[in-house]
Design a protein around this ligand. Structure first.
Ligand SMILES: *Cc1c(COP(=O)(O)O)cnc(C)c1O
Length: 418
Protein backbone atom coordinates (compact mmCIF):
# COMPACT_ATOMS: atom_id res chain seq x y z
CA UNK A 1 0.00 0.00 0.00
CA UNK A 2 1.31 3.43 -0.89
CA UNK A 3 2.37 5.28 2.23
CA UNK A 4 0.52 8.51 1.55
CA UNK A 5 -1.44 10.72 3.93
CA UNK A 6 -4.52 8.46 3.57
CA UNK A 7 -2.46 5.46 4.61
CA UNK A 8 -1.19 7.28 7.70
CA UNK A 9 -4.61 8.63 8.66
CA UNK A 10 -5.93 5.07 8.78
CA UNK A 11 -2.83 3.65 10.49
CA UNK A 12 -2.62 6.32 13.17
CA UNK A 13 -6.24 6.59 14.32
CA UNK A 14 -6.63 2.82 14.34
CA UNK A 15 -3.40 2.16 16.22
CA UNK A 16 -3.89 4.89 18.82
CA UNK A 17 -7.48 3.80 19.50
CA UNK A 18 -8.52 0.35 20.70
CA UNK A 19 -11.48 -1.34 19.05
CA UNK A 20 -12.66 -2.97 22.28
CA UNK A 21 -12.54 -1.79 25.88
CA UNK A 22 -11.28 1.76 26.50
CA UNK A 23 -10.96 3.36 23.06
CA UNK A 24 -8.47 6.05 24.13
CA UNK A 25 -5.03 4.86 25.30
CA UNK A 26 -4.92 4.02 29.01
CA UNK A 27 -2.48 5.88 31.22
CA UNK A 28 -0.55 3.59 33.56
CA UNK A 29 1.17 5.99 35.96
CA UNK A 30 2.65 3.36 38.29
CA UNK A 31 6.41 3.62 38.82
CA UNK A 32 6.68 0.03 40.07
CA UNK A 33 5.09 -3.25 38.96
CA UNK A 34 4.45 -6.32 41.15
CA UNK A 35 5.80 -9.67 39.92
CA UNK A 36 3.81 -12.92 40.07
CA UNK A 37 6.59 -14.84 41.83
CA UNK A 38 10.40 -14.91 42.16
CA UNK A 39 10.75 -16.88 38.93
CA UNK A 40 8.76 -14.28 37.00
CA UNK A 41 10.97 -11.52 38.45
CA UNK A 42 14.04 -13.41 37.27
CA UNK A 43 12.52 -13.82 33.79
CA UNK A 44 11.54 -10.15 33.52
CA UNK A 45 15.05 -9.01 34.49
CA UNK A 46 16.56 -11.43 31.98
CA UNK A 47 14.36 -9.98 29.23
CA UNK A 48 12.70 -13.36 28.70
CA UNK A 49 9.30 -12.44 30.16
CA UNK A 50 7.69 -9.45 28.45
CA UNK A 51 6.16 -7.62 31.43
CA UNK A 52 6.95 -4.23 32.98
CA UNK A 53 10.02 -4.22 35.22
CA UNK A 54 10.11 -0.69 36.63
CA UNK A 55 8.96 2.54 34.96
CA UNK A 56 12.48 3.88 34.39
CA UNK A 57 13.06 1.11 31.85
CA UNK A 58 9.56 0.98 30.35
CA UNK A 59 5.84 1.25 31.02
CA UNK A 60 2.70 0.05 29.20
CA UNK A 61 1.63 3.54 28.04
CA UNK A 62 5.09 4.25 26.63
CA UNK A 63 5.04 0.78 25.04
CA UNK A 64 1.88 1.61 23.12
CA UNK A 65 3.36 4.87 21.83
CA UNK A 66 6.55 3.03 20.88
CA UNK A 67 4.71 0.40 18.86
CA UNK A 68 2.74 3.06 16.93
CA UNK A 69 5.78 5.17 16.05
CA UNK A 70 7.78 2.07 15.09
CA UNK A 71 5.00 1.17 12.60
CA UNK A 72 4.79 4.74 11.37
CA UNK A 73 8.55 4.88 10.65
CA UNK A 74 8.74 1.33 9.30
CA UNK A 75 11.05 0.35 12.18
CA UNK A 76 11.42 -2.81 14.25
CA UNK A 77 11.06 -1.14 17.65
CA UNK A 78 11.26 2.18 19.46
CA UNK A 79 12.05 3.73 22.83
CA UNK A 80 10.14 6.77 24.08
CA UNK A 81 12.20 9.32 26.00
CA UNK A 82 11.72 12.36 28.21
CA UNK A 83 12.42 14.79 25.35
CA UNK A 84 13.97 14.96 21.90
CA UNK A 85 17.33 15.71 23.53
CA UNK A 86 16.69 12.66 25.73
CA UNK A 87 16.42 10.53 22.57
CA UNK A 88 19.63 12.00 21.15
CA UNK A 89 21.52 11.58 24.45
CA UNK A 90 20.29 8.00 24.72
CA UNK A 91 21.41 7.03 21.24
CA UNK A 92 24.79 8.76 21.42
CA UNK A 93 25.73 7.57 24.90
CA UNK A 94 24.55 4.00 24.16
CA UNK A 95 26.89 3.64 21.18
CA UNK A 96 29.82 6.03 21.82
CA UNK A 97 32.71 5.98 24.25
CA UNK A 98 35.78 8.12 24.93
CA UNK A 99 38.09 8.05 21.92
CA UNK A 100 35.26 7.68 19.36
CA UNK A 101 34.43 10.28 16.74
CA UNK A 102 31.06 11.54 15.41
CA UNK A 103 30.52 13.07 11.98
CA UNK A 104 27.76 15.70 11.89
CA UNK A 105 26.36 16.56 8.46
CA UNK A 106 24.38 19.71 7.74
CA UNK A 107 22.61 22.19 9.98
CA UNK A 108 21.65 21.31 13.54
CA UNK A 109 19.17 22.20 16.22
CA UNK A 110 21.02 24.20 18.93
CA UNK A 111 20.74 21.52 21.62
CA UNK A 112 22.09 18.80 19.35
CA UNK A 113 25.00 21.02 18.35
CA UNK A 114 25.98 21.64 21.98
CA UNK A 115 25.36 18.00 22.97
CA UNK A 116 27.97 16.94 20.43
CA UNK A 117 30.31 19.89 20.56
CA UNK A 118 30.35 20.51 24.32
CA UNK A 119 28.93 17.64 26.37
CA UNK A 120 30.10 14.60 24.39
CA UNK A 121 33.43 16.35 23.85
CA UNK A 122 33.85 16.68 27.65
CA UNK A 123 33.51 12.91 27.81
CA UNK A 124 36.19 12.36 25.19
CA UNK A 125 34.10 11.94 22.02
CA UNK A 126 35.50 14.06 19.21
CA UNK A 127 33.57 15.37 16.21
CA UNK A 128 33.61 17.21 12.94
CA UNK A 129 30.83 19.14 11.21
CA UNK A 130 30.42 19.62 7.48
CA UNK A 131 28.04 21.00 4.88
CA UNK A 132 25.31 18.64 3.54
CA UNK A 133 27.08 18.33 0.20
CA UNK A 134 30.71 18.11 1.34
CA UNK A 135 31.15 14.51 0.17
CA UNK A 136 34.92 14.80 0.18
CA UNK A 137 34.87 15.35 3.96
CA UNK A 138 32.11 12.78 4.48
CA UNK A 139 33.99 9.99 2.67
CA UNK A 140 37.33 10.87 4.27
CA UNK A 141 35.79 10.73 7.76
CA UNK A 142 33.95 7.47 7.05
CA UNK A 143 37.16 5.94 5.72
CA UNK A 144 39.02 7.06 8.85
CA UNK A 145 36.60 5.08 11.03
CA UNK A 146 34.08 7.50 12.62
CA UNK A 147 31.64 5.57 14.79
CA UNK A 148 28.43 7.48 14.15
CA UNK A 149 27.02 9.87 11.56
CA UNK A 150 24.42 12.31 12.80
CA UNK A 151 22.19 14.45 10.59
CA UNK A 152 18.83 16.18 10.42
CA UNK A 153 16.35 15.43 7.62
CA UNK A 154 16.05 19.18 7.10
CA UNK A 155 18.52 21.68 8.52
CA UNK A 156 16.91 23.72 11.29
CA UNK A 157 17.09 26.69 10.76
CA UNK A 158 19.31 26.48 7.65
CA UNK A 159 16.65 24.55 5.69
CA UNK A 160 19.39 22.75 3.75
CA UNK A 161 18.16 19.42 2.39
CA UNK A 162 20.61 16.51 2.51
CA UNK A 163 20.94 13.75 -0.08
CA UNK A 164 19.92 11.13 2.45
CA UNK A 165 20.09 8.14 0.12
CA UNK A 166 23.66 8.91 -0.96
CA UNK A 167 24.79 9.46 2.65
CA UNK A 168 23.04 6.27 3.83
CA UNK A 169 24.70 4.24 1.06
CA UNK A 170 28.11 5.55 2.11
CA UNK A 171 27.40 4.75 5.77
CA UNK A 172 26.50 1.20 4.77
CA UNK A 173 29.60 0.86 2.64
CA UNK A 174 31.83 1.99 5.54
CA UNK A 175 29.80 0.08 8.19
CA UNK A 176 28.96 3.17 10.20
CA UNK A 177 25.79 3.88 12.18
CA UNK A 178 23.59 6.58 10.66
CA UNK A 179 21.26 8.46 13.00
CA UNK A 180 18.69 10.78 11.39
CA UNK A 181 16.73 13.39 13.33
CA UNK A 182 13.36 13.32 11.55
CA UNK A 183 11.61 15.79 13.88
CA UNK A 184 10.64 18.22 11.13
CA UNK A 185 9.51 15.63 8.58
CA UNK A 186 7.44 12.82 10.12
CA UNK A 187 5.44 11.04 7.36
CA UNK A 188 7.33 13.03 4.72
CA UNK A 189 10.55 11.05 4.83
CA UNK A 190 11.12 7.47 6.00
CA UNK A 191 14.86 7.44 6.77
CA UNK A 192 14.94 3.76 7.85
CA UNK A 193 13.71 2.72 4.40
CA UNK A 194 16.38 4.91 2.84
CA UNK A 195 19.13 3.09 4.73
CA UNK A 196 19.40 4.87 8.10
CA UNK A 197 19.83 2.74 11.23
CA UNK A 198 18.17 4.92 13.86
CA UNK A 199 15.58 7.68 13.56
CA UNK A 200 15.01 10.13 16.39
CA UNK A 201 12.20 12.61 16.91
CA UNK A 202 11.39 15.36 19.31
CA UNK A 203 7.74 14.38 19.73
CA UNK A 204 7.27 17.75 21.43
CA UNK A 205 7.05 19.23 17.95
CA UNK A 206 4.98 18.00 14.97
CA UNK A 207 3.97 14.67 16.49
CA UNK A 208 2.12 16.29 19.38
CA UNK A 209 1.31 19.60 17.73
CA UNK A 210 -0.41 20.85 20.90
CA UNK A 211 2.64 21.96 22.90
CA UNK A 212 1.25 20.05 25.87
CA UNK A 213 3.88 17.30 26.17
CA UNK A 214 7.65 17.33 26.13
CA UNK A 215 8.86 14.04 24.67
CA UNK A 216 11.16 12.24 22.29
CA UNK A 217 11.47 8.85 20.66
CA UNK A 218 14.12 6.78 18.88
CA UNK A 219 13.13 4.16 16.30
CA UNK A 220 15.41 1.27 15.32
CA UNK A 221 15.71 -1.18 12.48
CA UNK A 222 16.10 -4.88 13.20
CA UNK A 223 19.63 -6.28 13.50
CA UNK A 224 20.45 -8.26 10.34
CA UNK A 225 21.42 -11.90 10.27
CA UNK A 226 23.98 -11.33 7.54
CA UNK A 227 26.04 -8.30 6.62
CA UNK A 228 25.23 -6.53 9.89
CA UNK A 229 27.37 -3.39 10.23
CA UNK A 230 27.26 -3.60 14.04
CA UNK A 231 29.41 -6.73 13.63
CA UNK A 232 32.27 -4.48 12.55
CA UNK A 233 35.26 -4.43 14.94
CA UNK A 234 34.42 -0.77 15.66
CA UNK A 235 31.40 -1.93 17.64
CA UNK A 236 33.15 -4.76 19.52
CA UNK A 237 31.88 -3.54 22.90
CA UNK A 238 28.28 -4.41 21.97
CA UNK A 239 28.90 -7.75 20.26
CA UNK A 240 27.91 -9.59 23.43
CA UNK A 241 24.44 -8.02 23.27
CA UNK A 242 24.15 -8.91 19.57
CA UNK A 243 25.01 -12.54 20.35
CA UNK A 244 22.42 -12.71 23.10
CA UNK A 245 19.55 -10.60 21.71
CA UNK A 246 19.85 -11.12 17.94
CA UNK A 247 17.53 -9.03 15.78
CA UNK A 248 16.14 -7.18 18.83
CA UNK A 249 19.53 -5.91 20.01
CA UNK A 250 19.13 -2.16 19.37
CA UNK A 251 16.56 -1.98 22.21
CA UNK A 252 18.63 -3.60 25.00
CA UNK A 253 21.74 -1.73 23.84
CA UNK A 254 19.92 1.57 24.44
CA UNK A 255 18.05 0.42 27.53
CA UNK A 256 21.05 -1.08 29.31
CA UNK A 257 23.71 1.39 28.21
CA UNK A 258 21.69 4.61 28.54
CA UNK A 259 18.11 4.44 29.88
CA UNK A 260 18.89 2.23 32.90
CA UNK A 261 21.86 4.30 34.01
CA UNK A 262 20.82 7.80 33.00
CA UNK A 263 17.03 7.66 33.14
CA UNK A 264 16.00 9.80 30.15
CA UNK A 265 12.69 7.88 30.18
CA UNK A 266 9.29 9.13 28.96
CA UNK A 267 6.51 9.45 31.52
CA UNK A 268 3.14 7.79 30.95
CA UNK A 269 1.07 10.96 30.94
CA UNK A 270 3.39 12.61 28.42
CA UNK A 271 3.19 9.54 26.17
CA UNK A 272 -0.62 9.60 26.43
CA UNK A 273 -0.69 13.24 25.29
CA UNK A 274 1.73 12.46 22.46
CA UNK A 275 -0.62 9.71 21.23
CA UNK A 276 -3.53 12.18 21.19
CA UNK A 277 -1.39 14.29 18.87
CA UNK A 278 -0.42 11.32 16.71
CA UNK A 279 -4.07 10.57 15.86
CA UNK A 280 -4.25 13.74 13.77
CA UNK A 281 -0.61 13.94 12.64
CA UNK A 282 -1.30 12.99 9.04
CA UNK A 283 -4.10 15.56 8.63
CA UNK A 284 -1.91 18.25 10.17
CA UNK A 285 1.26 17.46 8.24
CA UNK A 286 -0.62 17.52 4.93
CA UNK A 287 -2.30 20.82 5.78
CA UNK A 288 0.81 22.52 7.18
CA UNK A 289 3.09 21.53 4.29
CA UNK A 290 0.63 22.92 1.74
CA UNK A 291 0.41 26.11 3.78
CA UNK A 292 4.20 26.56 4.13
CA UNK A 293 4.70 26.55 0.36
CA UNK A 294 1.78 28.91 -0.09
CA UNK A 295 2.92 31.36 2.61
CA UNK A 296 6.49 31.28 1.23
CA UNK A 297 5.18 32.11 -2.21
CA UNK A 298 3.00 35.01 -1.04
CA UNK A 299 5.83 36.44 1.06
CA UNK A 300 8.38 36.11 -1.74
CA UNK A 301 6.03 38.00 -4.00
CA UNK A 302 4.89 40.71 -1.63
CA UNK A 303 7.54 41.36 1.03
CA UNK A 304 9.61 44.53 0.59
CA UNK A 305 13.07 43.84 -0.83
CA UNK A 306 14.80 44.48 2.50
CA UNK A 307 13.31 41.27 3.89
CA UNK A 308 13.96 37.96 2.11
CA UNK A 309 12.21 34.62 2.49
CA UNK A 310 13.88 31.23 2.29
CA UNK A 311 12.11 27.94 1.64
CA UNK A 312 13.22 25.05 -0.59
CA UNK A 313 9.92 25.25 -2.53
CA UNK A 314 11.00 28.61 -3.97
CA UNK A 315 12.80 28.27 -7.32
CA UNK A 316 15.67 30.55 -6.21
CA UNK A 317 16.42 28.31 -3.20
CA UNK A 318 19.72 26.44 -3.16
CA UNK A 319 17.91 23.12 -2.62
CA UNK A 320 14.98 23.61 -5.00
CA UNK A 321 15.98 20.64 -7.19
CA UNK A 322 16.35 18.29 -4.23
CA UNK A 323 13.05 19.50 -2.82
CA UNK A 324 11.29 18.66 -6.08
CA UNK A 325 12.93 15.25 -6.19
CA UNK A 326 12.94 13.98 -2.61
CA UNK A 327 10.23 15.97 -0.81
CA UNK A 328 7.10 15.74 -2.99
CA UNK A 329 4.82 16.39 0.01
CA UNK A 330 6.91 19.13 1.62
CA UNK A 331 9.85 19.36 4.01
CA UNK A 332 8.18 20.35 7.25
CA UNK A 333 6.68 23.41 8.93
CA UNK A 334 9.65 25.81 8.73
CA UNK A 335 10.51 28.74 6.57
CA UNK A 336 12.86 31.59 7.41
CA UNK A 337 12.88 35.34 6.89
CA UNK A 338 16.01 37.43 6.81
CA UNK A 339 15.36 40.97 7.92
CA UNK A 340 18.99 41.97 7.38
CA UNK A 341 19.63 43.37 10.86
CA UNK A 342 18.64 42.33 14.39
CA UNK A 343 16.87 45.68 14.90
CA UNK A 344 14.65 45.14 11.88
CA UNK A 345 14.00 41.53 12.90
CA UNK A 346 12.90 42.68 16.38
CA UNK A 347 10.66 45.34 14.88
CA UNK A 348 9.04 42.82 12.55
CA UNK A 349 8.46 40.31 15.37
CA UNK A 350 7.06 42.99 17.68
CA UNK A 351 4.53 44.02 15.07
CA UNK A 352 3.10 40.55 14.49
CA UNK A 353 -0.48 40.37 15.72
CA UNK A 354 -1.43 36.69 15.62
CA UNK A 355 1.87 34.81 15.62
CA UNK A 356 3.29 33.42 18.87
CA UNK A 357 6.92 34.22 19.70
CA UNK A 358 8.42 31.06 21.16
CA UNK A 359 11.34 28.62 20.81
CA UNK A 360 9.13 25.70 19.70
CA UNK A 361 8.42 24.41 16.17
CA UNK A 362 5.76 22.13 14.67
CA UNK A 363 2.97 23.63 16.76
CA UNK A 364 -0.66 23.90 15.62
CA UNK A 365 -0.17 27.68 15.87
CA UNK A 366 2.25 29.70 13.77
CA UNK A 367 5.40 30.54 15.73
CA UNK A 368 8.32 32.86 15.08
CA UNK A 369 11.65 33.66 16.75
CA UNK A 370 14.79 35.68 16.12
CA UNK A 371 17.60 33.13 16.08
CA UNK A 372 20.81 35.04 16.93
CA UNK A 373 19.48 36.64 20.14
CA UNK A 374 17.85 33.48 21.51
CA UNK A 375 18.78 29.83 20.77
CA UNK A 376 22.16 30.82 19.28
CA UNK A 377 23.01 33.72 21.62
CA UNK A 378 25.99 32.01 23.24
CA UNK A 379 27.35 30.51 19.98
CA UNK A 380 30.64 31.74 18.51
CA UNK A 381 30.21 33.86 15.33
CA UNK A 382 31.86 31.21 13.13
CA UNK A 383 29.53 28.50 14.53
CA UNK A 384 26.51 30.68 13.79
CA UNK A 385 27.78 31.24 10.30
CA UNK A 386 28.19 27.49 9.74
CA UNK A 387 24.66 26.87 11.03
CA UNK A 388 23.21 29.51 8.70
CA UNK A 389 22.22 31.85 11.53
CA UNK A 390 22.55 35.34 10.06
CA UNK A 391 22.01 38.50 12.14
CA UNK A 392 18.50 39.18 10.93
CA UNK A 393 17.29 35.58 10.68
CA UNK A 394 13.76 34.83 11.88
CA UNK A 395 12.59 31.22 11.97
CA UNK A 396 8.91 30.72 11.29
CA UNK A 397 7.00 27.51 11.98
CA UNK A 398 3.73 27.49 10.09
CA UNK A 399 0.59 26.28 11.90
CA UNK A 400 -2.96 25.31 11.01
CA UNK A 401 -4.36 28.82 10.55
CA UNK A 402 -5.56 30.09 7.17
CA UNK A 403 -2.35 30.56 5.13
CA UNK A 404 -3.60 33.88 3.71
CA UNK A 405 -4.13 35.17 7.24
CA UNK A 406 -0.63 34.04 8.29
CA UNK A 407 1.00 35.71 5.28
CA UNK A 408 -1.03 38.89 5.82
CA UNK A 409 0.24 39.16 9.40
CA UNK A 410 3.88 39.01 8.24
CA UNK A 411 3.22 41.51 5.45
CA UNK A 412 1.65 44.10 7.76
CA UNK A 413 4.40 43.55 10.36
CA UNK A 414 7.10 44.03 7.69
CA UNK A 415 5.47 47.23 6.55
CA UNK A 416 5.25 48.54 10.11
CA UNK A 417 8.87 47.55 10.80
CA UNK A 418 10.45 49.34 7.85
C1 LIG B 1 13.37 20.53 19.35
C2 LIG B 1 14.27 19.68 18.63
C3 LIG B 1 15.08 18.76 19.31
C4 LIG B 1 15.06 18.63 20.80
O1 LIG B 1 13.81 18.21 21.28
P1 LIG B 1 13.25 18.52 22.75
O2 LIG B 1 11.99 17.74 22.81
O3 LIG B 1 13.05 20.00 22.84
O4 LIG B 1 14.28 18.04 23.70
C5 LIG B 1 15.93 17.96 18.56
N1 LIG B 1 15.98 18.06 17.21
C6 LIG B 1 15.22 18.94 16.52
C7 LIG B 1 15.31 18.98 15.04
C8 LIG B 1 14.35 19.78 17.20
O5 LIG B 1 13.60 20.65 16.52
Amino acid sequence: MEKDFDYYNTLLVRSVGSKTGPVAPTVVPSAAFGYEDAQEAEGIFAGEVNKPLYARVGNPTNAKLESIVAKMEGGFGAIATSSGMGALSMVTTAFLKAGDEVLCIGGFFGGTYTLVNETLKRFGVSNSFCDVDDFEHIEAKLASGVKMVLMESVGNPSLRLPDLTRIANLCNQYETLLVVDNTATPLLLRPLEMGADIVVHSSTKNMSGHSAALGGIAVFRAVKEEGEKLRSEKYADIHKVLDKMGHKAFIPICKKRAIRDMGMTANAFGSFLTMLGLETLSLRVERVNKSVAKVAQILEEKLPEAITVNHPSLPDSEDYARYQLDFPNGCGPLLTLDAGTPERAFALLNNLKGVTLTANIGDNRTLALHMQSTIYSDFAPQDRKFLGVTEGLIRVSIGLEDPETIAQDFLQAAEAAL
